[in-house]
Ligand binder design. Structure first.
Ligand code: SF4
Length: 681
């Protein structure tokens, strides 16, 4: 059993304490609660109530509202009254506090929950370089105890809940000094506040560890749960990825971070942060929550040791490290190896569609994101002959041929001989194919540029890995059989496959296939397919697993390629375009984040590998843009501050000039390239 969840191979829900936020139960046996945040100025009571109603009407179960100062916190009284009068008395409101205990003390009188950020509560210092002796550190904690205790006591008196919400980008100087900008620092930051709360016997607490980088966020939550378990703490978790952005990218990043933790049984309430109208967050969050809860199933009630896993998971879940693989030199230009990014394979559903698909896949829209392998299925020898004749139309660096179980290596050999591009043979090894492996290995290791992708169920992989370990395993890749439902937990199935490889010392690349077998049955909408692919692939990539990826649930092979690259980008596994970090906006926001993000994306979206943050305010923006290369941050109404890394280099630029100044800045730092003219292809 791993130390942060009951099983990494099944979704066994973590048993969290039950915390009530007003009438809404979180943790315990309650469903995953979905929440969001208003973006209006809190002191515009009518606008805030209108947004809260809009959110509640689409299913938001808790509505968070920023309270940046005492005046705004006072407005929460009228907002609560009017929201209740509109028929939403059962929907709790949450006050979002940064910096000001006075605002928190006012807000707690009016709303059901207070969110504090332990990185900045009662803490105004930012980026101060200080050395803390043990005595100075203790003195800081004593100051914090005095500043935080009144809020804790008032929450207890009034029966309010609290979220201690750590953000990766806004840790206190004290924590940064001692632990650095790390998941451990995030966890310690929350634990400092938790201990103060517990010293007053107050336990109506929910915790979060958000970051814009899903890997950091996943590691921080895992570590938090492990640390809490050591201290016999079982507080519920609020999950979220900060500054995820908008559109497909925002949905993918959120699904990777939130979805992979939920698949491990962690998480009791979630927020999907999108730089879009907040009501659009709710269906995405609901879909992610539904998928997780469907996986809880009956397993939730069964003890983890009911599922003995052999061999055990060999990964360190607290420190990202890509699994070690050997070079597979069979495809020049699209090599598969430890120094190469995960390769993208796209499926063409029917051999007859290959010429049309080839044309579409060669289109200019895929110039920077080409498919590296094209997958087609062959059922009979005639299909192989058709492929030989279609050779010049293969639209990728290598062809992947999924061969029917009725075909043998001699049938496939002529294709390998005739091929002008390398060929990867994908073959499923069922229980009655135990003796076939040597002949298929001989086929691909015989001289032609070829490789063998072995597909099998996780249970079969134990025997196959043992067989492979006694042979030459070069030019071999491993994946799962797409006919197997994988017990509703494909992440666990791939982890199990990786564990079998590891147990036999096999450095064989792993191909993540997103298929109908890896998705939950029932919902076949594009959003559902996108979330399934993001959760499975993202969870594995953030574990360090995955050297090839295909999303075979898409009928359109071009769409599938784009989705693969977007998932790889979201998981930080392969950067193919500009990375945008955009805050979701709130009552502090100083410009229209949606249109600004879209405008800046249109001008800079071709800058491969450059990370640009677009943040609504200087209060939290600079801290939360984490590791961005450049920052565009609201400094004052109509004014923008520009950042290089964490350093503000231009203050109060009129907004109408800020885009050009940002581009100049990118140019000055050698990261600008002119966009390619659009071609007619
Ligand atoms: S960075 Fe954005 S979401 Fe965060 S407080 Fe500022 S405006 Fe609000």
């Amino acid at each position: 059993m791993s130390s942060y969840c009951a099983s990494r191979f099944r979704t066994l829900r973590r048993r969290a304490d039950e915390v009530y936020v007003g009438p809404v139960g979180v943790g315990g046996n309650h469903p995953i609660r979905v929440q969001s945040m208003t973006t209006s100025n809190t002191q515009d009571v009518a606008a805030t109530v209108k947004q809260a109603i809009a959110l509640a009407e689409v299913g938001c179960e808790m509505v968070r509202i920023t309270a940046p100062n005492v005046a705004a916190a006072r407005c929460l009284q009228d907002i609560r009254t009017q929201f209740t009068a509109a028929g939403f008395g059962e929907v709790p409101l949450v006050a979002d506090i940064h910096f000001l205990p006075s605002a928190a003390m006012e807000a707690v009188e009016h709303v059901e929950k207070i969110r504090v950020n332990p990185g900045n509560y009662a803490d105004k210092k930012k980026f101060a370089v200080q050395e803390y002796t043990d005595a100075a550190y203790e003195a800081e904690l004593a100051r914090l105890h005095d500043a935080f205790s009144p809020l804790v006591k008032r929450c207890r008196e009034l029966g309010r809940a609290m979220r201690i919400g750590t953000n990766h980008g806004s840790l206190s100087d004290r924590i940064m000094n001692r632990y650095g900008d790390t998941p451990l620092g995030m966890v310690e930051s929350a634990l400092e506040f938790l201990r103060i709360a517990e010293s007053h016997d107050y336990r109506a607490i929910i915790l979060s560890m958000k970051a814009s980088n899903p890997k950091v966020m996943i590691e921080a939550y895992r570590l938090l749960v492990q640390r809490m378990a050591e201290e016999a703490m079982h507080y519920p978790l609020h999950l979220g990825v900060t500054e995820a952005g908008d559109g497909e990218d925002g949905r993918i990043k959120s699904a990777i971070g939130i979805g992979s933790l939920l698949a491990d049984g962690l998480g009791d309430t979630i927020r999907v942060s999108l730089t879009e109208d907040a009501v659009y967050e709710i269906p995405v969050a609901q879909a992610i929550a539904r998928k997780a809860m469907a996986r809880w199933g009956e397993d939730d009630a069964i003890a983890a040791d009911h599922f003995p896993i052999d061999p055990p998971d060999a990964l360190d879940p607290f420190h990202f490290k890509r699994r070690v693989i050997a070079d597979q030199g069979f495809a020049p230009g699209a090599e598969i190896g430890p120094e190469q990014p995960p390769r993208v394979i796209t499926r063409v559903r029917d051999l007859a569609d290959l010429p049309t698909a080839a044309k579409a896949l060669a289109s200019s829209t895929l110039q920077d994101t080409p498919p590296e392998g094209v997958l087609v299925r062959v059922n009979q020898v005639e299909d192989l002959n058709r492929l030989i004749n279609a050779a010049p139309a293969w639209p990728a660096a290598f062809l992947v041929v999924e061969v029917d179980a009725g075909l043998n290596p001699d049938d496939v050999a002529p294709l390998l001989m005739a091929a002008t591009s390398p060929v990867m043979v994908l073959r499923t090894f069922a229980a009655d194919h135990a003796d076939d492996l040597p002949a298929w290995l001989a086929l691909v290791q015989g001289g032609a540029p070829a490789a063998l992708a072995i597909a099998a169920s996780p249970a079969r992989w134990g025997e196959l890995a043992a067989q492979l370990a006694t042979r030459d395993a070069s030019r071999v890749l491993a994946t799962l059989d797409d006919a197997d439902r994988q017990d509703g937990h494909a992440i666990g199935a791939y982890r199990r496959l990786a564990a079998h490889l590891q147990a036999h010392g096999l450095q064989v690349p792993l191909w993540i296939r997103n298929t109908t077998a890896t998705a939950l049955a029932g919902d076949n909408s594009f959003l559902s397919r996108l979330l399934e692919a993001s959760i499975l692939s993202g969870a594995l990539l953030c574990d360090g697993l995955g050297d090839l990826i295909s999303i075979e649930t898409e009928a359109d092979p071009v769409r599938a390629v784009k989705l693969c690259y977007n998932v790889l980008q979201g998981a930080g596994a392969r950067i193919s375009k500009t990375e945008f970090v955009a805050c979701p906006s709130c009552g502090r926001t100083l410009f229209d984040l949606q249109t600004t993000t879209q405008r800046i994306r249109a001008k800079t979206g071709h800058l491969k590998g450059v990370k640009i943050a677009i943040m609504g305010c200087i209060v939290n923006g600079p801290g939360e843009m984490a590791d961005a290369d450049f920052g565009y941050v609201g400094g004052a109404p109509g004014k923008i501050n520009l950042y290089v890394g964490k350093t503000c280099v231009q203050y109060n630029i009129p907004q109408k000039n800020a885009d050009d100044r940002l581009i100049e800045l990118i140019r000055e730092h050698g990261k600008w390239t002119d966009p390619q003219p659009a071609s007619a292809g």
